[in-house]
Design a protein around this ligand. Sequence first.
Ligand code: NAD
Length: 263
Amino acid sequence: MSLSISLVGARGRMGRTIVELAPEQGLSIASALDTGDDLAAGLARGDVIIDFSFHEATAEVIAHAVRLGKPLIIGTTGHSLERRAALLKEAAKVPCVWAGNYSVGVNLLNALTERAAAVLSDDYDAEVVEMHHRFKKDAPSGTAARLLEIILAARQLGPEALRHGRQGVPGERTRREVGIHALRGGDVVGDHTVIFAAQGERIELTHKASDRAIFARGALRAAAWVSGRAPAVYDMQDVLGLGPANAAPTTVAAATNTASSAA
Ligand code: NAD
């Protein structure tokens, strides 16, 4: 019998894409939930819960998953550092995949960034640039936050090393800083570039998403993968068999968002 999904955020951009693509992955939608729906009743149906909604809804979704003992996929981004740490603890009580980006290409970009950061000394200035559609509410993106986290870990720097854009007279760039720049406009699904710039050469690693179907397919793949696993929080590296990244589980996502900007 095929797995069925309870989906939170079903009327959103990602939710609609997941509803459309579930059948091609052999999965069915047991309940399609959004604001105003009774989550307790809706989440009782279905084998796996998928959440692509809003960061303020995540605690409630996790609480239902734990109460029901159901596996959980979290795609929602924009949680604050403290919030995320608390949510991860709760989510670990069920089999859960939590990824700021479900695309295969971006998870490879993470692995390549980790490798580049390990090989290149801090003589190579690291900066991350991301661009998303005008409707995106949080910044920087969860994907950018993960890339930053990987770079910070490789350089043994903390979140205070981050520079969110620059203006005025910030002075000369130091070796102990990592820049992050969030561009917003139009219908851009998601572009991420990691730059390592030294005197005489520059390396740029770029991923461009042109269709949000890649995130939906990844999340559906994660849903099929997570069923029957031991309770723990996994990421897409686990689902794809890319091996664990050296960086600690995502904390920069939150550290880089102020509570108010993480809308
Ligand atoms: P969206 O604004 O188009 O859709 C969000 C939906 O969630 C809306 O229909 C909204 O009504 C609903 N919602 C809000 N609060 C809710 C609640 N309390 N209960 C139930 N439903 C609620 O956004 P989107 O572009 O579909 O993205 C959704 C989330 O997924 C965002 O956080 C986004 O950053 C994230 N995202 C993650 C990935 C990934 O790969 N992890 C990819 C794309 C988007």
